[in-house]
Ligand binder design. Structure first.
Ligand SMILES: [Zn+2]
Length: 239
């Protein structure tokens, strides 16, 4: 597909976008995880009109880009050293990396406002990260299981099936309902508050009835969880 590059001005910043035409009736703007902006305009629309429409959506475009930026940074910004802030169930904890003797057991524990990692390789941040990720995963397995059962209990009147739930690390998603009928939850979700975890679980459970994000799907989701948008928003902004 041939695309031309254009820009519009939004405050002090320039927003670049790639423009293609199709025989659709309305203009579509999409922001992708690599933060590229693609505009598909109806055949024959004037560039002025297109730029006007893109300018009108500038605020939204910038918001989408920020959303993906946070995803990019979320795992890279850590050095896994004492003093860093890490999250668990939406609460912030200070990291404390404690050196131990070779004969001692490596552990990760929450204590007060601290997340204490006892490690035999204090200077090895890769190792510290592994210890911490293992801890997150174990806690995710436990918490998600607990929340999953609770959600299912509350949904009995909707006659929702009870698919198997598994942990699965995904780059850009918190949860997924697979064609083979399993619910996958990203272990990193355990860094977020319980009400966000519940939202992802219920979202995926609604997919057991309606696989697509169509009217019926959102109708059911809104009936079960009237404030789902608030929860989703919170989840997106939490990094
Ligand atoms: Zn979905």
């Amino acid at each position: 597909m041939q695309a031309n590059e254009h820009t519009v001005q939004y405050g002090t910043r320039e927003i670049g976008f790639k423009l293609t035409y199709s025989d659709r009736k309305t203009l579509e703007i999409a922001v992708y995880p690599d933060k590229s902006v693609w505009v598909t305009a109806p055949m024959g629309s004037s560039l002025d009109k297109i730029r006007g429409k893109v300018t009108k959506r500038s605020k939204w475009i910038v918001k989408q880009k920020r959303y993906f930026e946070r995803f990019e940074q979320s795992n890279q910004q850590f050095e896994y050293v004492s003093g860093e802030t890490h999250r668990y169930l939406g609460r912030q904890y200070r990291l404390k990396v404690i050196p131990i003797d070779p004969g001692e057991k490596e552990t990760v524990k929450l204590k007060g406002r601290f997340l204490r990692i006892r490690t035999r390789q204090k200077e090895n941040s890769h190792h510290t990260r592994q210890l911490l990720n293992r801890w997150y995963r174990a806690h995710a397995a436990h918490k998600f299981d607990e929340r999953y059962k609770l959600c299912l209990q509350n949904l009995t009147k909707y006659e929702i099936p009870q698919p198997e739930m598994k942990l699965y690390r995904m780059k850009k998603r918190w949860g997924s309902y697979t064609p083979s009928g399993k619910i996958l939850l990203n272990p990193d979700l355990v860094k977020h508050p319980l009400y966000c975890i519940d939202y992802v679980i219920i979202h995926e459970l609604c997919h057991t009835k309606y696989p697509n994000h169509d009217k019926k799907f959102y109708h059911l989701l809104s009936k079960i969880l009237p404030d789902w948008q608030k929860r989703k928003h919170k989840l997106e902004r939490f990094h």
